[in-house]
Design a protein around this ligand. Structure first.
Ligand SMILES: *Cc1c(COP(=O)(O)O)cnc(C)c1O
Length: 377
């Protein structure tokens, strides 16, 4: 038996979610974010489907991710959000670097000059996220310097929101205001064909004024809303419920055990059966992305009904109580994430239980599961 669960990826769901983003934003170009192996869904397959659906650009975190897409014959313009190393790959594969400091701009210009091969770059401004980007106070002088650099063309301006997922939009609006001012300054300097983009999924869904020239969603393409529950107006709830989760994670029952009332289950004896019980042992543990935080704290679906995780999740195994699920057999399908018959366990539910966000649930599972693809049209 191979290790780990199976993640079934519904590419048609990704296409459906893409079309929702497109509808919201009125046909502006979409930069589909496929970093971290498309949030665990498989970057090559997800990218192919997104490009087929009309994604104008794909964005990844690191250059090696972009190279893997090029090697899979994906020709769409690729934006590398966080990397500045592997200079050779940017030229060889025509990748678009996001420039967030002047040193890197100089290095790209120098390399481009040496090769006599121009390079398009996007500039990143830190409008208040406090991660990467030029400080907005020095951007003016830096832009002047960058515009004079040989073989380097600024084709984009970007920034990133810190908390567009809140019901209180005041900080997002401050960031947006800074961004718009920068954009206008740059246009005045002669960068007329700048592609400006700042909207992540939260802003795509809730802040239409932040969709300047293009949008840059990730999570919503995979079927989840990033909004905080308190930020879900009825309109946003309706929109979120249209998104289709694209990942289902499954395993099979390894062993069924009858345990008498009063029996302990797993490390630390944190669960003691309160009745004669039927316990299923699953061949999936925290090493496979099923967080230890789910110990005594989550459900799986067996025969369409919820069965609770009992005792601590181990490295390679997890126990669930299937006493109430009728007719269960060894080898039976178990859904850890996703729908089975009438019920579904969402990444949002698991995130709440583990004290994290759906992004981490999807990437943890996706990057550790064997993937199979469905509805590949
Ligand atoms: C991850 C990321 C996105 C996408 O964010 P979502 O919340 O998944 O939509 C957009 N831009 C940057 C810079 C990112 O790092």
């Amino acid at each position: 038996m191979d290790r780990g669960p199976i993640a079934e990826i519904d590419l048609e769901a990704i296409a459906h979610n893409f079309r929702i983003a497109k509808k919201i934003t009125g046909n502006r170009p979409i930069i589909a974010v496929v970093k971290a192996d498309a949030y665990g869904h498989g970057a090559i397959e997800a990218s192919r489907r997104l490009v087929k659906e009309g994604a104008s650009y794909l964005a990844v975190a690191y250059a090696a991710e972009a190279v893997a897409l090029r090697q899979a014959n994906i020709k769409t313009p690729l934006i590398v959000l966080f990397d500045k190393y592997d200079m050779n790959n940017y030229f060889k594969y025509k990748l678009i670097p996001v420039i967030h400091d002047i040193k890197t701009a100089r290095a790209f210009s120098k390399e481009a000059k040496k090769r006599k091969q121009g390079i398009d770059v996007h500039i990143k401004a830190d409008t208040g996220m406090g991660r990467l980007g030029f400080n907005i106070d020095d951007l003016d002088k830096n832009i002047n310097a960058i515009m004079k650099m040989d073989f380097l063309t600024v084709t984009g301006l970007m920034s990133h929101f810190s908390d567009a997922d809140l019901s209180d939009r005041s900080y997002a609006l401050i960031q947006l205001d800074r961004f718009n001012k920068l954009k206008n300054t740059m246009i005045k300097k002669g960068l007329k064909h700048l592609l400006s983009h700042i909207a992540n999924s939260a802003a795509v869904m809730s802040l239409p004024e932040s969709h300047p020239d293009a949008i840059r969603p990730g999570l919503m393409l995979y079927g989840y809303s990033p909004m905080q529950p308190s930020a879900l107006s009825s309109q946003l709830s309706a929109l979120s419920s249209q998104l289709k989760p694209a990942m289902t994670v499954k395993t099979k029952i390894l062993s069924l055990r009858k345990l008498r009332k009063g029996s302990p289950v797993s490390y630390g004896r944190t669960f003691i059966t309160s009745r004669d019980s039927l316990i299923a042992v699953l061949p999936v543990g925290y090493a496979d992305g099923y967080s230890r935080a789910f110990s005594n704290n989550s459900d799986v679906l067996v025969r369409g009904r919820r069965s609770p995780v009992v005792g601590r999740v181990c490295m390679d195994t997890t126990m669930v109580d299937v006493t109430d699920a009728r007719g269960v057999i060894e080898g039976e399908d178990v859904v850890l994430l996703g729908r089975q018959k009438a019920d579904a366990i969402t990444a949002s539910e698991l995130a709440r239980k583990a004290g994290t966000i759906p992004y981490e649930i999807l990437t943890s599972f996706g990057n550790k599961s064997r993937k199979v693809y469905t509805h590949d049209s």
